[in-house]
Design a protein around this ligand. Structure first.
Ligand SMILES: Cc1cc2nc3c(=O)[nH]c(=O)nc-3n(C[C@H](O)[C@H](O)[C@H](O)COP(=O)(O)O)c2cc1C
Length: 491
């Protein structure tokens, strides 16, 4: 990481990842709605949950939250529209899923390749240091941490967050989105599933009996938590990856207590250490697939030594719940483009579009449309969709449809399944595929390890009967276009 002293302007050698700047862009898009007077206790969660189920949900900025001063705000639904997600990813603003997925295709490969050259720059000071709490002043409930859902185990201050840690025996800094539950004014628990990079870091400190330094970024430009929430390769720092997206290094400051870096315009940052073996109850909390798959467990607890925050700070909220949920849209877009790239890389021709449905948490119900070229083409696409690297974990149903079906439109997909498949011959079952203990069905499985079965549904017109297959009874595309143009007021 380069050590430089530069000013805090957006273009002065580093991008401070300023949420205030991004909100101005969202306002200009007409996609920001203010909500005043909601209670952090359940109301804020339920309002956000109902909002995100709308066709085009705006981002919600909660202010004047019950019991909190004006200006101590919470932002939810930040990534839930194609326009906002494209602006976060610094892509030309798109208004349809399909265009956004197409725009995104191949970019992750390029960003990853360029990341090594995009080191963050360390700057001296930034808006995040406008307010500092230390020692006895530390109180994480200075901020309106929501109690999101009725069955949650506590107030979750960290959902759309970025947990920054450093490897025990190298300089590798990692930033992961792991949920953070409040224990008391100076203690928070972090849920890092085994295998996650932050967890790997933690286990090394734990083995050595050393305090584990942590900085938790609780708000900022949503690019921060979006990239912290996707699988960036082992050993690579998320700040480098963000730098590749921004085409500009990320400007970071170092925390006084741990020296860990975080974006200089972060909204709120908690800094401290997990003391050796300080693990306490955490959860339950809902998961991306819409269930509480476990009871309260034990998780490492950070003793917070410093809190840094901007004036009028904005806490970023992105709670999981029954989909569509706060972040299911961003996952659907990102995984759809990765799956599309993976199918092409595996040599499957004539891929028209892919959609990893939000209702399956962008993992469990994925659809590809193809233009059939040869016998077996549909099964090839379905099996690869189900089993490729980015698709195999928790894949359940993989559906293949013809090119006239929009894979993101469930009505059309299920119509194709209902009318173009023969259950006896159109469904392939894979036994003992890659599952998860997090799967709500896990309780019923007979396996000792995290296996699950998978179904590939070939809902394409049978290739050997293409010529005889009945014609679709609807107005032709040309006629539809003509009618829409002539009867604009009706449509
Ligand atoms: C909003 C959000 C919340 C998440 N919560 C958790 C969590 O509580 N625990 C966890 O292990 N992974 C969670 N994830 C998934 C991880 O962030 C994701 O797997 C990421 O790749 C982890 O970073 P890492 O690859 O550096 O370990 C969450 C993702 C998002 C987008």
């Amino acid at each position: 990481m380069k050590h430089e002293t530069v000013g805090m302007k957006r273009d002065a050698g580093g991008n401070p990842l300023d949420l205030h700047a991004w909100l101005r862009d969202v306002e200009a898009l007409g996609e920001l709605k203010e909500v005043r007077g909601a209670d952090w206790n359940l109301e804020l969660g339920a309002i956000s949950e109902l909002n995100v189920k709308k066709e085009r949900p705006p981002a919600l900025l909660f202010d004047e939250i019950a019991g909190y001063p004006k200006g101590f705000r919470v932002l939810t639904c930040s990534t839930s529209s194609p326009a906002r997600l494209s602006s976060i990813l610094r892509l030309p603003v798109q208004t349809t899923h399909r265009r956004l997925v197409d725009e995104l295709r191949d970019k992750p490969r390029v960003w990853q390749a360029q990341a090594a050259k995009c080191e963050p720059v360390v700057v001296q000071g930034g808006p995040v240091f406008e307010n500092v709490q230390k020692g006895a002043e530390v109180d994480v409930l200075t901020f309106p941490a929501p109690f999101w859902h009725e069955l949650d185990g506590g107030r979750y201050i960290g959902t759309g967050c970025s947990v920054v840690t450093r490897d025990f025996d190298s300089d590798w800094v990692n930033a992961g989105a792991y949920r953070v539950m409040v224990h008391d004014r100076s203690h928070v628990a972090i849920d890092m599933i085994p295998g996650k990079h932050g967890r790997i870091h933690y286990e090394k400190y734990k083995k050595a009996g050393e305090p584990f330094p942590v900085a938790i970024v609780l708000g900022g430009d949503p690019l921060g938590y979006l990239i912290s929430g996707i699988e960036i390769p082992f050993g690579m720092c998320e700040y480098n990856y963000m730098g590749a997206i921004l085409k500009q290094p990320v400007a970071v400051v170092r925390g006084e207590a741990t020296g860990l870096p975080f974006p200089s315009a972060s909204e709120i940052v908690l800094e401290g250490c997990v003391q050796p073996n300080d693990e306490r109850p955490e959860g339950p909390f809902g998961e991306f697939h819409g269930y509480y798959p476990g009871k309260a467990g034990k998780a490492p607890v950070v003793t917070v030594e410093r809190i840094y925050y901007r004036n009028n700070p904005i806490l970023m909220g992105s709670p999981p719940a029954k989909p569509p949920n706060d972040y299911s849209y961003s996952k659907a877009v990102m995984r759809s483009s990765l799956l599309h790239d993976a199918l092409i890389a595996a040599g499957v021709p004539e891929i028209q579009a892919v959609w990893a449905h939000e209702i399956g948490g962008a993992r469990m119900f994925n659809v590809v449309s193809i233009k059939q070229l040869y016998a077996g083409h549909a099964r090839q696409a379905g099996h690869i969709l189900n089993q490729c690297g980015v698709g195999a974990y928790m894949s359940r149903y993989s559906v293949v449809v013809d090119e006239d079906i929009d894979p993101s439109n469930l009505q059309e997909v299920i119509w194709a399944v209902a009318t173009r498949s023969d259950p006896a011959t159109s469904i392939d079952i894979i036994q003992r595929g890659m599952g998860s203990k997090n799967d709500p069905m896990y309780v019923t499985y007979p396996y000792d390890a995290a296996f699950s079965s998978k179904a590939i549904i070939d809902a394409c017109r049978p290739y050997d009967h293409l010529d005889e297959f009945p014609a679709v009874a609807e107005a032709s595309k040309a006629l539809q276009d003509k009618i829409r143009a002539k009867w604009k007021d009706l449509f």
